[in-house]
Design a protein around this ligand. Sequence first.
Ligand code: GTP
Ligand code: MG
Length: 150
Amino acid sequence: KERTYIMLKPDAVNRRLIGEILSRFEKRGYNVVGLKVLTPSRELAEAHYAEHKERPFFKGLVDFLTSGPVVAIVIEGDNAVATARTMIGVTKPQASAPGTIRGDLSIDVGRNIIHGSDSVESARREIGLWFRPVEIVDFKPVDHAWVYEK
Ligand code: GTP
Ligand code: MG
């Protein structure tokens, strides 16, 4: 049972795409086990994107992420990290296939609406950064056998 960190960025919230995007993960069979809306502090946004701190777009990225509310989400299910990245598409929305979240709902790399952890290790770090352990639920949905063979 794998978990990944998904974040709907301020463009997604301002464009009222929360339900549209969350429903894609739910319909696929993933469970939402952590969910909250918050406007991130600069410190949190910088820690989240620490790997990019030397990149020219870093300041703009942090300015944008702290400009309004984001939705912080923990998604759980088989191969959640890699499958979510496939569902999201690639970094540049114009290179993302139709059917992907970015490919269907965005145009600009600086307004690509959603974040997804890029590895199981990143997911662990990011979930720890955005959530306290008590904010994540432990449960087994009753339809488990209708989503998974085993
Ligand atoms: P995230 O899921 O948000 O981490 O995106 P990603 O993993 O597809 O891309 P990456 O981690 O390399 O970059 C993080 C974010 O920085 C991207 O989602 C973009 O919003 C932004 N970004 C990356 N490359 C560029 C760029 O060349 N120009 C600008 N303006 N923003 C960029
Ligand atoms: Mg990334």
